[in-house]
Ligand binder design. Sequence first.
Ligand code: CU
Length: 147
Amino acid sequence: MRPVAAALLTSLVLAAVVAGCGGGQASPTPAPPPTVAVTLDEWSVALDQASVATGPVKFVVTNAGPNNDHEFVVVRTDLDAGALPMSDEGTVDEAADGLEVLGEIEDLKVGESQEITPNLPPGSYALICNIEAHYAAGMWISFVVEN
Ligand SMILES: [Cu+2]
């Protein structure tokens, strides 16, 4: 093949690849959900990212202890994540107006990890541990799901 013909062929192949990527067609396999690593300890909830795009979101939640079982609750709310309505038992009142629980991991032992992949609409969230007194001790963090 002559050099000019080879260069032309390369250009055509590149153009086809670019067109294929930008065509807007449905992908045969859906993209994996974004993954958020969550670390629970005494007494905080830590994330490796503060926001994701709407859709399925995989939370990989680890209890770093060192002493207590924890849980992980995904709450959609426009309220301040650190000032949620409380019950008489020293927990967040998950049934209160303005709170929508969209996912939960219960009884996560020290050193264990579990994951959930809730489908999250856009909005503001509070990610909390709702074992008695743990939220008030600081086990909450704000999270945003973008449109
Ligand atoms: Cu806890």
